[in-house]
Design a protein around this ligand. Sequence first.
Ligand code: ADP
Ligand code: MG
Length: 143
Amino acid sequence: MIIETKSPEETFRVGMRLGQKAAAGQVFTLTGDLGVGKTVFTQGLARGLGIVEPVSSPTFTIVQVYDEGRLPFYHFDVYRIGDVEEMDEVGFDDYIMGDGVSLIEWADLIEEILPEKRTEVLIEKDLEQGFDYRKITIHELDG
Ligand code: ADP
Ligand code: MG
């Protein structure tokens, strides 16, 4: 599925719709360049789960946990990861195999440890379409 957006608000709403439908145990992987809108999308997804506290990228921790929504939400940002073994240290497998909803920004950096069953989200710019244009490609992998 491909969705095109023309503002951060629209990308937020795409995330929100997915958050409203998200199932326990669902894993979302986000890929796309710096500043493309992964965190904006994540904020929408969190809102769709019923989380109202502000969600920002976990800068000093790899994972941030939110418990106030319809399901627990595990927000990973692995941009600064040095080695995939750091993911073991934070208990990555327990999160992604748990009953919450997991979302991983910069998932391509830990490709080898991603679960086979996941919802891949790729966000891309196309400057010919304008500065605020984003193409969001959502792909369900069945594992
Ligand atoms: P990332 O997490 O991918 O590094 P952010 O979500 O932090 O990126 O930042 C995206 C930036 O792009 C924000 O400043 C946002 O306002 C801007 N932006 C402009 N147009 C869009 C759009 N269509 N969708 C998402 N963000 C957009
Ligand atoms: Mg981000």
